[in-house]
Design a protein around this ligand. Structure first.
Ligand code: XMP
Length: 512
């Protein structure tokens, strides 16, 4: 199978590059930058893409030490495309020079392209691109020429056409570079000679076969939430191991209104897979009592989940593996060896160290929209495939401060109204997530001639492609008006509704 390996130097967009390549129907996966060159050769890549990195070759103050790949990588004769830091690394390794010129660039800029170059074939001589860098290439290595420049950056793209080595300082993988996919297409199809043959069916087949090889004698349990990720993970594993699989659905008391019964009903109706429904509300809430720090909440929930799974595993006997529907966005935000930690997703950074069970995570390298496509291939209902994402720690990370029964009930009631109104307005499937948050403040209001001093509810609705970036939804005023009046009138303990108008970055989707 043709494959493009994205060498990960710790950039926030590394996996997004691999995803873009898969969108162009060529298989792609990430490899760590310190994988030995011999191992890389064994994978028979059709091309290599060097990612960005928080590191600095010039030793720019405040940036990390640069991760470096063995120079022998160029002896493989495989085409290479370096993006951002990746281009700087190519220049550095092959005898050019990188410097912190003081010309930091961040955001959209126009770039002049040498369109005779195979990388830019079919593009305009001037395109918009997205930059985010502090170091720059200031001297070319021998054999290279400049193929792109911006008003403030004379070397924004480099090529050694004979050696099939290319570099661009801007990011073709982000949507803010409108012709980015054309550049990647040129690299894949003109330069690496790939053909667009890979599909989601290939991933189903390869995962099912890998899981069958991994699981030998023992049994398997799956952490089921009812969302598309864990459901798809469960079906893939079920295809591989059949009745050795039992799904465990834990109600930690932090689910949305009615969700507990709904998930069980839908799962039993649609699938012939063993299911255990564990009611563990008291246990989770007592552990969370008095805890206000978001990271501690996440760690408690991640840890408690695993303890419940271990206990259930003991009842089933000979359980060797736990399946989780972890996605790439969970992995990257929890921090990797080379990428910064944003928050500990309960199923990654929130896991306890003394875990007694091995993990199978068939979706770990994928993004939500890819998992939805697999779900459709697997014949899942629209109801499951289109369900908005809901975080594993549930309402715990939407209740700022103390979590108790009273505050949970307020948030559940408000959230139910948000979902109902967004659905009524026909917006549910167009929006990535829409939900309510309960902050830890109160404000003064007046109701029926009486003073009130109650909580506000924050409504958040965002659009996103993959949860890595997001924008707030410009909700119609009439929808906002209904949300506000219904929440204030119907939810006791709330006297104000506010709307969150922050994008990600710099905010995140969830408040904690
Ligand atoms: P943030 O808040 O980081 O969220 O912008 C990105 C996406 O991830 C979801 N999320 C989680 N999902 N476990 C999960 O399963 C977690 O601990 C977790 N934290 C955030 C969030 O709802 C959004 O879709």
């Amino acid at each position: 199978m043709e494959n493009i390996l994205v060498v990960d130097f710790g950039g926030q967009y590394s996996q997004l590059i691999a995803k873009r390549v898969r969108e162009l129907r060529v298989y792609s996966e990430l490899i760590p930058y310190d994988m030995p060159v011999e191992k890389i050769k064994e994978k028979k890549p059709s091309g290599l893409i060097f990612s960005g990195s928080p590191g600095s070759i010039s030793g720019n103050a405040g940036l990390k030490k640069p991760p470096v790949i063995n120079r022998a990588i160029f002896d493989l004769g495989v085409p290479v495309l370096g993006i951002c830091y990746g281009m700087q690394l190519i220049a550095h390794l092959l005898g050019g020079e990188v410097s912190g010129t003081g010309e930091n660039e961040y955001g959209k800029t126009s770039v002049n392209l040498l369109t005779e170059d195979p990388l830019f074939q079919g593009l305009k001589t001037s395109e918009i691109c997205w930059m985010s860098h502090r170091d720059s290439v200031v001297k070319l290595p021998d054999g290279f020429k400049v193929i792109a420049s911006t008003p403030s950056l004379p070397i924004a793209g480099i090529a050694d056409q004979a050696g099939n080595v290319y570099g661009i300082q801007f990011h073709p993988e982000v949507i803010h570079t409108p012709s980015g996919m054309d550049i990647l297409k040129n690299f894949l199809f003109n330069i690496c000679g790939c053909s667009p043959a890979w599909t989601m069916v290939s991933i189903i087949e390869s995962q099912v076969s890998a899981i069958s090889k991994t699981v030998k004698e023992g049994n398997v349990i799956c952490a089921l939430s009812g969302g598309v990720d864990s459901t798809v993970a469960a079906i893939l594993v079920h295809k591989a191991v059949g009745d050795k699989l039992t799904c465990i659905f834990v109600d930690h008391g932090l689910l949305r209104s009615g969700e507990d019964e709904q998930v069980e009903k839908t799962f039993r109706k649609n699938f012939k897979i063993n299911l255990v429904h564990v009611k563990a509300k008291e246990r989770f809430l007592s552990k969370l009592a008095g805890v206000t720090d978001p990271e501690i909440k996440r760690k408690i929930i991640g840890g408690e989940f695993i303890r419940v799974f271990e206990e259930e595993a003991k009842k089933i006997k000979d359980v060797e593996y736990l399946v989780q529907g972890t996605l790439y966005s969970d992995v990257i935000e929890s921090g990797t060896k080379d990428a910064a930690k944003i928050k500990s997703h309960h199923n990654v950074g929130g896991l306890p160290e003394d875990m007694n069970i091995r993990l199978i995570e068939p979706l770990r390298m994928l993004f939500k929209d890819e998992v939805r496509k697999i779900g459709i291939e697997l014949g899942l209902s629209e109801e499951i495939v289109r369900r908005q994402p809901f975080p594993g720690p549930g309402l715990a990370i939407r209740i700022i401060g103390d979590i108790n029964e009273e505050r949970l009930n307020i948030l559940k009631a408000a959230d139910k109204i948000v979902v109902e109104e967004i659905k009524k307005a026909g917006l549910y499937e167009k929006i990535w997530q829409s939900f309510a948050i309960l902050p830890a403040i109160k404000s003064v209001g007046v109701m029926g001639d009486e003073r009130t001093y109650s909580y506000p509810i924050v409504v958040r609705a965002v659009v996103s492609e993959d949860a890595m970036t997001a924008d707030w939804v410009r909700l119609p005023y009439d929808v906002m008006e209904r949300l506000s009046s219904r929440i204030i009138n119907e939810v006791e303990g709330v006297n104000r509704v506010v709307y969150d108008i922050s994008s990600k970055p710099p905010s995140t989707i969830e408040w904690e």
